[in-house]
Design a protein around this ligand. Sequence first.
Ligand SMILES: NC(=O)c1ccc[n+]([C@@H]2O[C@H](COP(=O)([O-])OP(=O)(O)OC[C@H]3O[C@@H](n4cnc5c(N)ncnc54)[C@H](O)[C@@H]3O)[C@@H](O)[C@H]2O)c1
Length: 369
Amino acid sequence: MSDKVGIGIVGAGSIGIRGALNHLVLPDVQPKAYAAAVCDPVPGRAHAAAERYGVLRWYERYEDLLADPAVDAVTLCSPIGLHYEQGIKAIEAGKHVHFNKTMCLTVAEADHLIELAARKGVNLVASPGVMLHPHAQRMRRLVLEGRLGRLVWAAAGATISTYHLEEPVRQGEDVLSNIDPSWYFRRPDGGPLWDVTVYSMHYLTGIVGPARRVAAFSGLVVPEREFRGRRIACDMDDNTLMLLDFGGSFFALGYGTPAGSVTRGFEPTIFGTAGSLVGCCFNGEDLRLPGDHAPHVTPEHAALGESHVFEDLMQLVDWVRDGTPSVASAEHARHVVDIFESAYRSAVSGRTEELRTSFEPLELDDLRY
Ligand SMILES: NC(=O)c1ccc[n+]([C@@H]2O[C@H](COP(=O)([O-])OP(=O)(O)OC[C@H]3O[C@@H](n4cnc5c(N)ncnc54)[C@H](O)[C@@H]3O)[C@@H](O)[C@H]2O)c1
């Protein structure tokens, strides 16, 4: 491998374009990484993306991208339900992997990915790397320093309704702008938990540490959606409320819904006996400071949007080049997968589910802010 990491972009849809290709062409990336190849099964889409972004090679078949020796690492920008199988194939081909959220759909899948990557000596970075944000690390510091007192209760969740139906990259006529979002509403990988609550749950567990048990109710409120005059029959739950037990009588409400919110942004609300975190504020004071940015997000990247996806991809690039593991770890992602998989199981069984996984949250010495 040369000093520059060759990236294979898997899926030239919304995030393949907006989170990967848009960013990888900027000059500051070039000494470290470049877009080596792109693949997408929709006829003409990978070719069109390659032409627009100057990518040397394009493929319709994923296997052909994996066989390309210029590809050192892949960023999986495909629908979530494909990530496990594509991750396993990439690892077997000796490629490092960046997973867009969510990494996979079950703990068994996550275990297999983590175990195989360790055996093959490749690195895994899993989005969303929310704990890379300076304000998130300040929140973790406040908890570790006891500034909230004893933790009492928290709420963490997100709401999504028509967002993916309205993304501009899905409204055009050409192959790079007519991308179908139907999968966001269908089993097995649709619904708000895998899509957006994943951010909130990474924040919450990243700030307070792993959870122990979950109980949930889940159902479908909007069974039919419309996309550009076409009907989408929705079969994935779009309304899930969870109760989480962190131990020590500290409990949290988790949610993924099609309407309404009790938190601010994707950040959680956390109440302690001595203080509270609400959105980005501690006792009313904003924890975001002027000039704050994730390590690789220059103003040029910030202006492009979806810079958090680019940041996570660059975490993998750094890990490959200089051996620095990322905070956006597969183990953290597995714990969040465990919470959602267990919540859906609880909603069917009516029982509280014990979580099987854990991860090492950041310690004071790990915090950069
Ligand atoms: N859209 C967003 O706002 C957003 C933001 C952050 C992260 N993400 C994540 O990015 C990933 C992709 O989401 P998206 O919104 O870009 O989806 P999308 O539907 O817009 O694009 C997915 C692309 O993958 C292609 N694809 C389908 N099967 C494939 C295969 N076997 N191999 C390679 N490509 C294949 C599709 O043709 C399509 O072009 C998901 O993990 C999602 O959670 C999306």
